[in-house]
Design a protein around this ligand. Sequence first.
Ligand code: HEC
Ligand code: HEC
Ligand code: HEC
Length: 374
Amino acid sequence: MRVTTRQGWKWITGFVLFGLAAIVLAGFLFAWSGLYSVAASRGHWAVTNAALTFGMQNSVRTHALGIEAPPLDSEDLSTLGAAHFHSGCAFCHGAPGVPISPIAQSMLPSPPDLSTSMREWRDRELFWIVKNGLKYTGMPAWAAQQRDDEVWAVVAFLRRLPTLDAAAYRELALGGLTVPTQSGSEIATTEGTSEAVSACARCHGQNRRGPDSRLVPVLHGQPREFLMAALEEYAHARRPSGIMQPLASDLSPEDRERVAHYYAGLSPPVPPDLPLNPESVERGRLLATTGDTAARIPACTDCHGLSSLPVYPRLAGQHAPYIVNRLRLWKSGLTSRSSTDAIMAPIARRLTERQIEDVAAYFSSIRAAGKASR
Ligand code: HEC
Ligand code: HEC
Ligand code: HEC
């Protein structure tokens, strides 16, 4: 009796194995025959569509478990997210007043208009999608995987997107930039468009207008050498930023030189009037001008003062949130392959959270000198 049971199991196992091998072989033969059509023009069967969507949604939910969303209600965050959305996402997903490109519409699956027909996701799930992209759909991953802070800016904007009409979207994404109507010959012969996707001023401002988001650095009056070097580091992906890398890599070395020259020659923008804590500013001033010998922190103004070498960025008049963000990134271990990173990163890692806030308050409180005194 025992012998027959064992034999029965053997038969069943053999059968199952044979069945599996037959399925694998049939699958291989089907793929090999080329009968399956990979045409994006034909769409999926409804059942394939349902299975893919089901798998995708569950995968995103599971992988996003444990991600903690920071507060997303700051205007600085969503304004920066909007500006990036305009150059990095609207081509595929459209935006209020910006139609989805017909080329993107012909993708399979085609990207949805996120302002009207996004599936329901939690903040952490949106973060996961924007950071990692979606396999087999054409939805790209974030270009700089270390920059979670930038991805959160986009998530903050996606939360605001359904409430925006075309005018409000344009104001956010173009930063108040007015794009002149082009003549027929300009349309025919220049690459500029009414969407101004590659215009730096959307984020960095122009003339006496500074950046709308205080997470975007003020470039006005920065040394030309520093600006050119920073653009080169982005273009070669040595300084990680999913926002700046694509924009800088579109510029030729001559363009980088010209645009650096432009911003270097601008007078400092009108600073936003912000309430600052005078004690924090005073502690920041002491640290910035004399350093902290015990903690091996040099005086910041050795390198960031108005008469420092032109390869160093100026900090006077820089927005506090930008300064704080960059110092925190270094502290949290962000590694950049830029040549100047090795100078600044060790200093930033020695700063305490309070010192970071103090120096940021101090530098943002002093009016940047005009180009004449550089
Ligand atoms: C090359 C085109 C392309 C670009 C650029 C692109 N996406 Fe997508 N995106 C897609 C496609 C395709 C899908 C998948 C749609 C599906 O699964 O039905 C998608 C899906 C998504 C989803 C999930 C939508 C839903 O309803 O489930 C979100 C959110 C999203 N993208 C955000 C973004 C953001 C933010 C950016 C810019 C940082 C971006 N995408 C850039 C093509 C693109
Ligand atoms: C979508 C918004 C956006 C646009 C458009 C944009 N930038 Fe930026 N830029 C940023 C942000 C955000 C940073 C900070 C990135 C980082 O953390 O490294 C930055 C950083 C920079 C820096 C480094 C400055 C510093 O103090 O470290 C330079 C130089 C720069 N941008 C130049 C440009 C130029 C030139 C253009 C136009 C070709 C441009 N940017 C377009 C958002 C933008
Ligand atoms: C020995 C020179 C040196 C000293 C001293 C120094 N820095 Fe820097 N700092 C640099 C260099 C070089 C960079 C450019 C790094 C890069 O972007 O790769 C930089 C960049 C920065 C930036 C980013 C600015 C921007 O526009 O992107 C901040 C913020 C900063 N430093 C703060 C400080 C503070 C605060 C101190 C004082 C506690 C300090 N630094 C002391 C050399 C120095």
